[in-house]
Design a binder for this molecule. Structure first.
Ligand SMILES: CC(C)(COP(=O)(O)OP(=O)(O)OC[C@H]1O[C@@H](n2cnc3c(N)ncnc32)[C@H](O)[C@@H]1OP(=O)(O)O)[C@@H](O)C(=O)NCCC(=O)NCCS
Length: 278
């Protein structure tokens, strides 16, 4: 690597300060990411004249074949718009492609519009799209009312023609509900699968209803769920329960196996009624 070097634990304070130069809430969330969740594995920093002014990195989702997520990517606010972000990302993409055998890269961006500073992630969105990412999923009202989550994907290798993948019959059990990190009132269900389920859908409308009742108790605004595209009949009980398909991350798990995203927004006026009736 030329510009980037691996991030060390001693860099965390300086990285948090540079993220804070853009957004205090992001700095708090990033702090948790480095100190409690991920550490510095897969993270890189950019220095200029001994000053740490950029950070980027990747995470590898479990169960995926060479797919990666781009993690906290920031250039210190005093140094933006000088081409450093593009150079930093070019080097990271080369590394993922050549050293990690990366197949696809994904990134999440908010469309938050700050009252004073305007759309603060507009430069990131522009940069990502100009470097080859395209929008694959958009979740309206994800972070908060009026603040969507946009997920973009990019091929790190020549895009493959998706093979035909056999549908699997699995049984799925929902085992928890949780509020999605960095959101105000967006919830999801945890689940695990048992292979070799019957020929019916992996779960029933009643199973979904149980989860919806539980998140409604927590005053959830929205529910977001995602599943592999090769699970037979997965959409039926969700659509019947009032969910809509919000797009898919193409070839997320492997070539031919996407991650399909579903969304449900509670009608705030009818929070006391059942999902089917809202
Ligand atoms: C995104 C970020 C890392 C880019 O770093 P950078 O060093 O400014 O990037 P570059 O100078 O290489 O490129 C910035 C590009 O955005 C464009 N840009 C700048 N402000 C913009 C705006 N408000 N709307 C649209 N495009 C904008 C620039 O013109 C440039 O594009 P070009 O190369 O086609 O001319 C930096 O802006 C940043 O830290 N932003 C805040 C944090 C952030 O959004 N991180 C990503 C979260 S997912």
């Amino acid at each position: 690597m030329n510009l980037l070097r691996p991030m060390l634990e001693d860099d965390i304070d300086a990285v948090i300060a540079l993220i804070e130069s853009h957004d205090e809430d992001d700095a708090e969330d990033a702090q948790r990411f480095y100190r409690e969740f991920n550490g510095c594995y897969g993270q890189f920093v950019l220095e200029q004249q001994g000053e740490l002014i950029g950070v980027t990195g990747f995470e590898a989702p479990i169960g995926c074949d060479q797919s990666y997520w781009l993690s906290w990517t920031y250039i210190d606010a005093r140094h933006t718009n000088r081409g450093l972000g593009r150079k930093m990302l070019t080097e990271l993409f080369d590394y993922l492609q050549q050293q990690q055998g990366g197949r696809k890269l994904f990134v999440k961006v908010s469309d938050y519009v700050d009252e004073e500073d305007g759309p603060i992630y507009a430069a990131a969105l522009h940069l990502y799209e100009s470097m080859g990412f395209s929008i694959e999923v958009k979740h309206e009202d994800f972070y908060d009312v009026g603040e969507a989550q946009i997920i973009l994907g990019m091929w790190l290798q020549q895009e493959q023609e998706s093979p035909t993948v056999t549908q699997q019959h699995v049984a799925i059990k929902f085992n928890e509900i949780f509020e999605i990190g960095e959101t105000e009132g967006s919830w999801s269900f945890g689940w695990h699968e048992r292979k070799g389920g019957g020929s019916d859908a992996p779960f029933t409308v009643e199973d979904v209803q149980t989860g919806m009742d539980a998140v409604r108790e927590e005053s959830a605004r929205c529910v977001f769920l995602s599943f592999p595209s090769n699970y037979a009949g997965i959409g039926d009980p969700l659509i019947e329960s009032g969910f809509t398909q919000a797009g898919k991350l193409k070839d997320y798990y492997a070539d031919g196996i996407d991650e399909v995203h579903y969304a449900y927004t509670f009608n705030q006026k009818l929070l006391a009624s059942t999902p089917n009736e809202t």
